[in-house]
Design a protein around this ligand. Sequence first.
Ligand code: GLU
Length: 600
Amino acid sequence: MYKRIRVAAIALCVGLMVLLGRLPLLAQTSVPGIVAIGIGGAVATVDTEATRIGIDILQRGGNAIDAAVATAAALGVVEPFSAGIGGGGFMLIYQKAENRVISIDGREEAPAATTVDLFNDPDTGELLPFTPNRISSGLAVGVPGTLLTWTEALDRYGTLSLSEVLAPAIALAENGFRADPTFVSQIRANQERFAAFTSTRDLYLPDGNLPVVGGIFKNPDQAKTYRLVADRGLNVFYRGEIGEAIVRTVQNPPAIENPPFPVLPGRMTMGDLDDYDLHIRTPIRTDYRGYQLYGMSLPSSGSITGGQVLNLVEGFDLGAIDRPAALNKIIEAERIAFADRAAFLGDPEFVDVPLPGLLSEGYADLRREEIGVQALGGREARAAAGNPLPFQRDPSPSLTETVAATAIGDHEGVSTTHLTVSDRLGNVVSYTLTIEATGGSGIVVPGYGFILNNELTDFDPASPHPNSPEPGKRPRSSMAPTIAFAPDGTVLAYGSPGGSTIITTVLGITTNLIDFGMSIDQAIAAPRLSQRNGGVTQVDSNFELTDLGQALTALGQVLEPVPEIGAATGIVIAPDGRITAAAEPNRRGGGAAMVVRSPT
Ligand code: GLU
């Protein structure tokens, strides 16, 4: 109640100041673009509406956490195939006054009835095909963590109430937004599996047709769901009617008669939703050339594998050697780090991960010797996992000692979304949220207007493995929201979608900023290279034809062009408070960055 009164008072003051012409601030707000420079706070996302909503909250006096949640809720409406309350994510917060970084693990969790053979065909015992069978099933749905992330972040670090920050997203879902080409193309890409579920078909393929680009798209069920949460709080989701609808949907997916693929039910119960909890984890810190980089710890591999790569390449003066040689070193370091990722990383509540050893300087020094001038080899080349155990500070034996260094198929997607927010106080939020595949499980909860995740497909289906499915376990992620501090006090925050390519995209941004002297907008727009110990190195389409691409090929790298790697966003705050916010210029149709006040 107190918060509501305070907001009403702020709104009244703002109104009076506008009337009296005393508030140049509103007139100076930047327009959405791919880069915005100014002061007083900023928002960068993949969507103009979502960015505007975040800026609006900041202008009304909300802090970065309030704006991040409002923005995320809006992305759940306009980017429903990448994010929403049916999924999970990782939020990193920098509280300037306290000078601390907080990381919230809102990752989806496997239901208690999960078995290690989760994705085996019950009739044949064989592993189900990944698409569409595994991803479009009740089996793939993990207990969602996004809503609890929002409420916990607001309760602990925000200033506004849940209903205040959800209000703009409710209006957006109710009044509708203009369907852009990305929105429609994402439905087209999922048309067959969306059409296999009555609820999804009715919402996204009305009368069997794709929505029209430029038409107004409304989701009144989603507005109702957000309103229910705003009015009744968290329990309506984890212990009440929305939870019951989720469980019903998982256990009995609303498939059409004779769907084009077998739709398998999942085993989630109300007990699983009731048991779900967040973890506030100690962030991973990587020191790189005088910068301190903070990121998510396990169950995300993002900042651990990324940190390992940085430890490896810190031994080379990347900025001083020629660019092909520098990129070659990064690619080779990625091979090594991804080999260790596949062998060792999983939910820390379940596996004893030798983190100190993996991230130690001594281990990096040892493995750096494997990096030569040429690529490791051709299309089939794979690095082997190493042995970090001698570098552990903790002398207790690791349960992972006998794990084979197998790289089990990564299903990298282009899904997920990353938002970056800062406020007038210098607080920063770097938040990556997802429903896993583009379109998640493809299953809209009937009557509630949001899609359930397919996050459990991030488990490795083979066993024993640190990332094999277990009851209550969280699948290993690649999400890597990052907040970094430069030696001169500049604060940098960024992140990306893209499954396991998130790690290499975020690394690419880091090295572009620190080693290659790029600005945040240049670092985000620059070509992406992604080596994940898979032989070939994926690159943006046509990069392989550039001089740089050809030079890397001459060094023995096999480059494979792919349509999209990582639509990232980021913010840089200089020591004098000047902000540069940047979004993707082209990938996923381009994003939108705005600042609260343009420079005078
Ligand atoms: N499920 C992925 C992860 O947690 C994210 C999905 C994506 O970005 O495509 O790493």
